[in-house]
Design a protein around this ligand. Structure first.
Ligand SMILES: [Zn+2]
Length: 298
């Protein structure tokens, strides 16, 4: 049977990108073009090289960092010829369009360049989709960020490996306890290797994970799906006037229920449209963030 591997990447958890390199993450900036993309490409290439050595036929790839921008965060010319890209306009998080393009039963899924969720300790660029304003997003009590979104939208697909910041391991393991985690940086241990150093670590780890793929499991989550969105300090939900809501809004928390994960995440986009902040609080937020005193978990 043809083996199709699903690869989903973010960038905050890429090799060699530490706190002082924030500009390398800004899609379109010079630092991103010259350094960030190179580091990211090295990680993706390590996964692809391992996959091809193992005998994967096709790698179907979604580059989700800065979704909404057309430019890729990887240098496509450097990747092997059996890498195909999900066809989504401007790389938007259109999960049904993404899931629908993959095989019904792909060989498995690997996440790369992953960062930790908002609130995780000893993490590089921890956030949940966008923090602030999002403090936490829960699906059936599981705090999901970018890794969770990818894994849950590929339900029933074995989750083989996660590569990224050491602190991203917790989310990956909560989704699927058998997933193999490969760290490329660890703030707690002050381990900051460069991309040349992590390339062989990633390649070796992914190869091992692929050889053990028969033991990998998909996320264990069953309907009905209860979603809950919590907001950071200063943000609130304005009352939606006419939304046929199967859920609730309070000032800080929205809940909704959906018969499928995909629908639940689609509703999440509508819920997000109701997030608001006053002009006065916006100024406070900017000042506190500049001073480093803003706590997105407060
Ligand atoms: Zn990102």
């Amino acid at each position: 049977m043809r083996k199709q591997l699903i690869l989903i990447s973010d960038m905050e958890g890429a090799s060699g990108i530490f706190d002082q390199h924030q500009k390398e993450l800004l899609n379109g900036e010079d630092a991103w073009r010259e350094q960030g993309r190179e580091k990211m490409t090295s990680d993706i290439l390590a996964v692809c090289d391992a996959a091809n050595e193992f005998g994967i036929d096709e790698i179907l790839y979604y580059d989700g960092h800065f979704a909404g921008n057309p430019e890729f965060n990887v240098i496509k010319e450097k990747l092997p010829s059996n890498v195909r890209y999900f066809d989504v306009p401007d790389r938007c998080f259109d999960w049904r369009r993404i899931r629908g393009q993959a095989e019904v039963e792909p060989f498995g899924l690997i996440t790369v360049g992953q960062h930790a969720r908002n609130g995780e300790k000893e993490a590089y660029f921890a956030h949940t989709i966008q923090s602030p304003p999002i403090k936490a997003l829960l699906v059936n009590d599981l705090h999901v960020a970018e890794i969770g979104m990818a894994i849950l939208n590929f339900q029933r697909v074995p989750y083989i490996a996660n590569i990224g910041c050491a602190a991203s391991e917790r989310e990956a393991l909560e989704l699927s306890p058998k997933v193999k985690h490969i760290s490329v940086k660890d703030k707690g241990q002050n381990w900051e290797p460069n991309a040349e150093e992590t390339y062989p670590i990633i390649k070796k780890g992914v190869l091992e994970a692929l050889e053990n793929a028969h033991k990998a499991e998909p996320a264990n989550i069953t309907p009905p799906y209860h979603f809950k969105l919590d907001l950071c300090k200063y943000f609130y939900f304005k009352d939606p006037e006419s939304f046929p809501w199967k859920g609730s809004f309070t000032e800080k928390v929205a809940t909704w229920e959906a018969p499928s994960i995909e629908m639940g995440f689609e509703l999440f986009h509508y819920v997000r449209e109701n997030i608001s902040i006053s002009e006065e609080d916006k100024e406070k937020l900017i000042k506190e963030r500049l001073a480093g005193t803003y706590d997105p978990m407060e």
